[in-house]
Design a protein. Structure first.
Lengths: 218, 188
C-alpha cells in the first residue's frame, strides 16, 4: 500500500494519468483499468453510500466505470479525473436506486424538515480519537451503520463532501442543488452522525439525553 | 458580538470549514471557552469529519477488483496495436515517468521547503479541518484542486497537520499565509 501511495502522490503519477487518458482516447482501451484502479474503492463507497446494499453498489460501480470508459472523450482536462468519475458514479447509483426502489421505506430523517434547525440531542464527551480506532472492524461497522441511518439527502452530501472530498461547489453541481443547500444538509448530517456516534465512541454513555426518535443504532 | 448555543450549533459546520466571518469566529471561540456542551459538540463534529474522511473507512467486498477488471475485459474492445508497439510504448512511459521522478528528486527536491510559505502557518485557524495525504507534505482545504492524491487522504484539524509536519498549501491557504507574512508578530 505504501508503495502505491508514493507512486500515486508523485508528479509522475499525475503526468501518467494524463498520458493514460490520452492513450486510451487514441485506442489503447486495455489501459483503462490502470486509469481507474486507484479510485475503484472510492467508486464503490460512493455507490454503497447511496444504495446501502453491497450487491447493488457493486453492480452500479461496475456500470459507472463502464460509462466512464464510454464517455472518456467527454472528460475535460481542466477537471480532475477522480471527481468526474465520482460524479458519474453518483448519477449511476441514483438512477439505480430510482429503478430498483431498493429501499422503499425512507429513513426517519428524510421526513424531517430539511430547512429547520437541527439541535444536538446528545452531549456525550467525545474528545479523543485514538489513531488506531479505524483499524477495528466493529468501529468501521458502527460508522457504516450510522451513515446508513441518515436520510438520502443528507447522506449524499456528506459522502461527497466529507468522504470523497469534493468541494462544496462540486458537491452542489453533482447533486443538482445549491451550495447553500449543501451547507445546510452537511451541517445536519455531521450533527446527526455526532449524535449517533458520540455516546458509543466517546466512551461515556449519555443517560440524560436521547437520540432522535429514542433509538440508537447499537 | 455574543452568540448563544443555538447560534453556535447552526454555524459549527461552517466554523470547521473556516467559512464564517472573522467576528463570528471570534465570538464562537469565546463561546467555546465558556461552554462545555458546545465544546463537546465541536470536538464530536470534528471527530466525525476526521473518521469518515479516512480512506480506511472504505471496505470493499472480497474479489471486487477482480470482478471489476473482468467486467471491463468483457466489455472493452482491446486495441489492435502490436505487442512490440505496446512494449515500446510501455518502456517509453516508464522511462519518462522515471526521469520525471529523478528530476523531481534531484533538481526540484522538496520545493515546498524552499518557499517562505512553507513555514508553519500560524495564520491558519487551528480548529479548521484540513486534508492531508499519507505521503504528502502539504495540507489543504477539503476540495482544493491541488490535492495530489485524493484516493489516500485523511481529514484532521489544522493544528494536528502542523504538528505532524505538514505545510499549508500555497494556493488554498493563501489568505492565511499572506496574513501571516504581514503579521507584526513575525520577527523582522
Amino acid at each position: 500500500m505504501a508503495e502505491e501511495v508514493t507512486s500515486l502522490n508523485s508528479p509522475a503519477a499525475r503526468f501518467n494519468e494524463e498520458t493514460l487518458i490520452r492513450r486510451i482516447r487514441e485506442g489503447e482501451h486495455e489501459l483503462f483499468y490502470e486509469l481507474i484502479r486507484p479510485y475503484e474503492r472510492r467508486v464503490y463507497s460512493a455507490a454503497l453510500a447511496i444504495l446501502r446494499n453491497e450487491a447493488d453498489a457493486e453492480d452500479a460501480a461496475q456500470e459507472a466505470v463502464l460509462k466512464a470508459f464510454k464517455h472518456i472523450r467527454q472528460f475535460r482536462a481542466e477537471a480532475r479525473f477522480s471527481t468526474w468519475l465520482i460524479q458519474i458514479t453518483v448519477n449511476e447509483a441514483r438512477m439505480w436506486r430510482r429503478k430498483a426502489h431498493a429501499h422503499p421505506v425512507e429513513p426517519i430523517v428524510d421526513r424531517e424538515d430539511a430547512e429547520g434547525d437541527y439541535i444536538p440531542r446528545d452531549f456525550a464527551d467525545w474528545r479523543e480519537i485514538p489513531s488506531e480506532t479505524l483499524e477495528r472492524k466493529e468501529v468501521r461497522e458502527k460508522l457504516a451503520e450510522a451513515l446508513e441511518a441518515l436520510g438520502n439527502i443528507y447522506r449524499e452530501v456528506f459522502v461527497l463532501r466529507d468522504m470523497q472530498h469534493l468541494s462544496i461547489e462540486e458537491t452542489a453541481r453533482t447533486l443538482g442543488i445549491s451550495s447553500a443547500s449543501v451547507k445546510t444538509r452537511l451541517l445536519r448530517a455531521r450533527l446527526m452522525l455526532r449524535d449517533l456516534l458520540a455516546p458509543g465512541l466517546g466512551g461515556t454513555w449519555s443517560t440524560k439525553l436521547h437520540f432522535a426518535k429514542g433509538t440508537k443504532p447499537w | 458580538m455574543v452568540v448563544n448555543c443555538e447560534q453556535v450549533w447552526q454555524e459549527i459546520s461552517n466554523y470547521l470549514e473556516d467559512d464564517v466571518d472573522p467576528n463570528l469566529r471570534i465570538a464562537m471561540e469565546a463561546h467555546f471557552r465558556e461552554c462545555e456542551r458546545c465544546r463537546s459538540v465541536l470536538e464530536g463534529t470534528r471527530n466525525v469529519i476526521q473518521l469518515y474522511g479516512d480512506e480506511r473507512m472504505i471496505d470493499v467486498p472480497l474479489g471486487f477488483s477482480h470482478r471489476l477488471q473482468r467486467r471491463l475485459e468483457e466489455n472493452i474492445q482491446p486495441s489492435r496495436r502490436s505487442f512490440l508497439g505496446w512494449m515500446v510504448a510501455a518502456a517509453a512511459t516508464v522511462l519518462v515517468a522515471g526521469s520525471f521522478e529523478l528530476a523531481r528528486s534531484s533538481v526540484f527536491s522538496r520545493p515546498e521547503q524552499r518557499s517562505e510559505h512553507a513555514q508553519p502557518g500560524i495564520g491558519v485557524p487551528p480548529d479548521m479541518m484540513v486534508v492531508v495525504s499519507s505521503d504528502g507534505k502539504i495540507f489543504h482545504v477539503s476540495g482544493c484542486p491541488f490535492i495530489h492524491d485524493k484516493a489516500h487522504v485523511r481529514t484532521i484539524a489544522a493544528r494536528e497537520a502542523l504538528k505532524e509536519g505538514y505545510a499549508p498549501c500555497t494556493r488554498c491557504m493563501k489568505k492565511y499565509l499572506l496574513a501571516e507574512l504581514n503579521s507584526p508578530s513575525l520577527p523582522a
